[in-house]
Write a protein that binds this ligand. Structure first.
Ligand code: ATP
Ligand code: MG
Length: 217
């Protein structure tokens, strides 16, 4: 842990937490994280792939290790990006509440900001101990093809309901999703430039998504 002392004062570190299934990680995640890093003057962004995601059907989600390895490959050239295995090491379902509690215990003098896309903001009511999560962290919300009006209306609803602190960081709309990438693989369509070269190589080398999808459907 690094504590920066400037003119005799402690400077809090600002860390962005980018949680996700990353099934697989794509350039939308990377661009969003970089925009937040720059615009919010963060020190770093930690990507935290989920272990056993509570909100997703298990059939569609590949192993946590493969998702973690792909995040590692995708961020390897960015000194301000890190990946954490904090959630994939946990047994049972993983929740942001537990992750934040663990991070607060590991890092001193650090402000955590939870980076989420607008679609995730709409779902926070379903999160475990959401009121406590809102107390522990601020949310940085990025647009995902949504109008400013839609975002502002949702902010008012959520701020009123959860008393949460929300900040919008506007990013170029990136209409890419992991679902779309999985569909493309399954339809033998290219995923070039939607994921990094290394991630593309990893997916094909291990035959990810395609086989998994054909089973049981
Ligand atoms: P899936 O289609 O499987 O749900 P996804 O593309 O939404 O995948 P997630 O791993 O679910 O990816 O997303 C992790 C976080 O990144 C979420 O908060 C989500 O809103 C955000 N996010 C994902 N894709 C984008 C994007 N293109 N632009 C902005 N935010 C994004
Ligand atoms: Mg999603």
């Amino acid at each position: 842990m690094v504590i920066i002392i400037y003119k005799g004062r402690f400077i809090m570190k600002k860390i962005g937490i980018m949680g996700g299934t990353f099934n697989p990680i794509h350039i939308g995640h990377l661009i969003a994280a970089q925009e937040v890093l720059d615009k919010m003057n963060m020190d770093k962004i930690i990507f935290i792939p989920t272990g056993n995601p509570p909100h997703k059907s298990k059939r569609e989600v590949i192993s946590a290790i493969d998702r973690y390895e792909m995040v590692k490959l995708a961020i390897k050239n960015n000194a301000c990006f890190e990946v954490s295995d904090i959630e994939i090491k946990r047994t049972g379902e993983t929740y942001s509440y537990d992750t934040l509690t663990e991070l607060h215990n590991i890092y001193y003098e650090t402000e955590f900001y939870f980076i989420i896309g607008f679609d995730t903001l709409k779902e926070i009511s379903t999160w475990k101990r959401v009121y406590e999560v809102c107390n522990m962290t601020e949310f940085i919300v990025v647009n995902r093809g949504n109008s400013l009006k839609e975002i502002k209306d949702e902010f008012l609803i959520k701020e009123k309901k959860f008393n949460c602190k929300l900040t919008l960081v506007e990013i170029p709309d990136i209409k890419i999703s992991s679902t779309d990438i999985r569909d493309r693989i399954n339809n033998n369509e290219s995923i070039k430039y939607l994921v990094t070269n290394d991630v593309e190589g990893y997916i094909y080398q291990k035959g990810l998504f395609k086989v998994e999808f054909n089973k049981g459907l």
